[in-house]
Design a binder for this molecule. Structure first.
Ligand code: FAD
Length: 472
């Protein structure tokens, strides 16, 4: 009898509970199911799919070191996954399938349907906790409800992690390869998905666990202690840029937490300020994953605050186009959008700035921005993306109050004072002084062929506040 580790967004061998469980029951086989049509329906970005598929290829090499073959199936839609999984289990005489749980509603439907069909054939599907620090649903208020406010949630997480520290799952032992199938190469129908991303971008985002750990190590040794003052300035490399690796599971949040706490002498909420603040960001990730588990409607385009369904969003396709094509006339917004379009990644401070600009100054439905981000981010992740958009649009749990609208020009002056980030991404403005670059004069815009602002920031702020005022 064989056991399977079904890999999804957990493409690693270390701290991989599902793999460890499959190997303990061994012999084990790894399985990855590629679902291009499903991915398209989730708006997964081409650059992210490219990253996943390259990660799957390096996972195969890591598994082969343990004599665990990796099989790859192509099953276009998740509705077809249960029967494909059953056929796979029957073909390879599989008794148990292990996977790490995912929180999205479609992911859970797929897993429930697979569980039921396999059970009818006496094959078990066992879920493990491999994507979060704590089991979603295990951190609740005294009234047995999911926390909707981050600070008490993070306190409760820290308390739980203090009494029962996160345990890293060990690497499985090398198994004997006797009688096991050989690994699959990437099926030819997936190769076109790799061809769309430029080689220079693939080089910028190496899709290996070694690269993830090297990034974490470098960040820990050189930047983590300085994280708090540096993290808001997009022109300096003040953050870890680990998000694509965390989103695809090439590294776990637990591995990140261990490195941070080791550096901070075992503490998560006292000690070096930068490290404590970085751990807090891992807990924001945790917060949104737990919310997605507790409130499945978040995966169904619903706001966390139902009263915000009454907001009348503008229909202004030209404004959306200008935002998405980096032509709003607000340099920091346009520079941020160029960063996204060119690299598949955007700095957190700027994600907040452009999201608030879209949902408040342009008063466009935050779901348009959420989808656009998913279509372009290499780290696009349902829970964090939804959480970030709902925070910015004031529709979410513990979100920005509707009357606190960021002024993108003040944000620019504060967090990119010299205009270094702007000049990098908008080289056409490179000749402007640090004073003028945040909001060039009409004459400078004309001379440099840079557009006028598409909305007036002051009146559009008032319009947004009016749209939210009085919602019950
Ligand atoms: C509108 C909007 C959309 C976003 N979409 C995504 C997304 O699709 N995927 C994604 O991973 N993050 C998203 N974020 C959160 C955050 O911007 C990124 O995680 C962060 O910029 C990644 O950079 P980093 O790895 O250098 O983070 P660091 O600052 O080094 O933080 C370490 C890790 O903590 C997690 N993290 C940090 N900040 C947040 C946060 N606010 N919410 C949730 N997790 C966080 C990430 O996994 C990150 O890699 C979004 C934020 C906003 C405002």
């Amino acid at each position: 009898m064989t056991s399977v580790c079904w890999f999804r967004t957990d493409l690693r061998v270390l701290d991989q509970p599902a793999l460890a469980a499959a190997a303990a029951q061994g012999p084990a086989i790894g399985l990855f199911i590629a679902s291009p049509a499903q991915w398209r329906s989730h708006h997964d970005a081409a650059i992210k799919i490219d990253f996943w598929l390259r990660a799957v290829q390096s996972l195969r090499i890591e598994l082969e070191r343990l004599n665990i073959p990796l099989k790859i199936l192509v099953v276009d839609q998740w509705a077809e996954v249960p029967s494909a999984l059953l056929a796979f289990c029957q073909q390879h005489d599989v008794q148990n399938v292990h996977c790490n749980r995912e929180q999205g509603v479609n992911e859970r439907r797929r897993d429930r349907a697979s569980y039921r069909l396999l059970a009818e054939h006496n094959i078990s599907l066992l879920g493990h906790q491999g994507g979060t620090l704590l089991v979603p649903g295990s951190v609740k208020t005294g009234a047995d409800a999911y926390y909707r406010v981050f600070t008490p949630f993070s306190k409760a997480c820290r308390e739980k992690l203090r009494t029962a520290p996160y345990q890293l799952t060990a690497l499985p032992k090398k198994q004997t390869s006797k009688g096991l199938p050989s690994s699959d190469a990437l099926p030819p129908e997936l190769k076109p998905l790799l061809a769309v991303t430029k080689k220079s971008l693939q080089d910028a985002w190496p899709a290996t666990t070694e690269a993830a750990h090297a990034r974490l190590e470098l960040f820990a040794q050189t930047r983590m202690a300085q994280y708090q003052p540096d993290r808001d300035f997009p022109a300096i490399p003040g953050t870890s840029v680990l998000s694509p690796y965390l989103a695809a599971g090439l590294i776990s949040a637990g591995q990140c937490l261990h490195v941070a706490m080791h550096l901070n002498k075992g503490e998560s909420d006292t000690g070096q300020r930068g490290i404590v603040v970085w751990i807090n960001e891992l807990l924001w990730r945790e917060f949104y994953q737990h919310l997605m588990h507790g409130y499945p409607t978040l995966s169904m385009h619903q706001p966390m605050r139902p009263e915000t369904n009454a907001v009348v969003w503008r229909k202004a396709p030209e404004d959306f186009k200008a935002w998405s094509q980096a032509r709003t006339g607000v340099p920091i917004v346009d520079a941020a959008m160029r960063q996204l379009l060119a690299t598949g990644w955007m700095h957190n401070r700027l994600r907040m700035v452009v999201a608030m600009y879209l949902s408040k100054n342009l008063l466009l439905d935050w779901r348009l921005g959420e989808t656009f981000f998913m279509q372009h981010l290499i780290d696009g992740e349902l829970a964090a993306n939804n959480g970030g958009w709902q925070w910015s649009a004031s529709t979410g749990a513990d979100s920005a109050p509707y009357f606190r609208v960021f002024n993108p020009i003040s944000q620019s002056e504060k967090f990119d004072a010299e205009g270094r980030f702007i000049k990098h991404w908008l080289p056409e403005l490179a000749s402007l002084s640090a004073k003028e670059i945040h909001d060039p004069s009409t004459a400078a815009r004309r001379a440099l062929n840079y557009p006028e602002q598409i909305v007036d920031l002051r009146s559009s702020r008032v319009r947004a506040i009016e749209a939210f005022k009085g919602l019950r």
